[in-house]
Design a protein around this ligand. Structure first.
Ligand SMILES: Nc1ncnc2c1ncn2[C@@H]1O[C@H](COP(=O)(O)OP(=O)(O)OP(=O)(O)O)[C@@H](O)[C@H]1O
Length: 237
């Protein structure tokens, strides 16, 4: 498994000519038609596009939840488009941090236990795990809520737990799917400020969003249309 940084030390991920076709009822749908881009370490990318343009398909491929019909997806030297299901599961649990619109916290677990969950899944739970989870809880502003359960937290606090959880394995990048989609505008601003701060600290973030004002927080906007990159625009840095 790749544990080192990329060959040239600068790319968090690189995708080349990704195609995805779905065959449904004898009909072939070309969801992605040759998508290519590099993600330098430390980048902060929003992925936008109209309904049906291929955002979820791309997200599923970037998250190693699905495999492309053709093309390459490099994480370090490893082409994860070509690996088997077991390897893909390992990559998913160790190299990618997920943040979803619906948080997906485990209701019976405390804040600190929820943050530890990916360590459990990746077989990395050690006696230092608790300290790491507490430190991440503090980093996202939940140092005084360590023993709370999800139902005892606001939506914004739950998303903070999910963000801390996504960082616990020190992933190569965070993949966020509409991370503020379930939040009101002031909580959205808080979560975006947290993501902005994590990016300033060097975290690489890719985020699917429908909201232009959310995309405006990122450094780079990629817009899909009909399964292709229509716009790849650097906004800053
Ligand atoms: N499992 C599937 N089987 C068949 N077709 C699919 C499947 N998933 C997606 N598609 C088709 O692929 C195309 C891209 O879909 P995708 O869900 O990636 O778009 P999207 O940009 O995420 O849309 P939305 O913003 O509405 O979620 C669409 O035409 C869709 O109908």
């Amino acid at each position: 498994m790749p544990t080192s940084r990329t060959a040239n030390g600068t790319l968090a991920a690189s995708i080349h000519d990704l195609h995805k076709q779905y065959v449904l009822g004898g009909e072939t749908v070309h969801a992605l038609r040759g998508v290519s881009f590099d993600v330098p370490e430390g980048d902060y990318v929003s992925i936008m596009g109209p309904s049906g343009s291929g955002k979820s398909t791309l997200l599923n491929l970037l998250g190693c939840l699905d495999t492309p019909t053709s093309g390459n997806f490099f994480l370090g030297d490893l082409d994860v488009a070509k690996i088997d299901d077991d390897q893909r599961a390992e990559v998913r649990s160790t190299l990618i941090g997920f943040v979803f619109q619906s948080f997906y916290l485990l209701p019976a677990l405390t804040v600190v236990e929820n943050i530890e969950v990916p360590l459990l899944y990746s077989g990395r739970l050690t006696k230092e795990s608790r300290e790491r989870a507490i430190s991440l809880a503090e980093q996202v502003g939940l140092g005084s809520r360590l023993e709370h359960r999800p139902t005892q937290l606001s939506g914004g606090q739950q998303q903070r737990v999910a963000i801390a959880r996504s960082l616990v394995n020190d992933p190569r990048f965070l993949l966020a799917d509409e991370p503020t989609g379930n939040l009101d505008s002031s909580t959205t601003a808080e979560i975006l400020a947290l993501l902005d701060a994590l990016n300033r600290e060097g975290r690489t973030i890719l985020m699917v969003t429908h909201e232009p004002e959310v995309a405006d927080h990122t450094k780079r906007k990629i817009v899909l249309r009909d399964g292709q990159v229509q716009i790849d625009e650097r906004l800053r840095g």
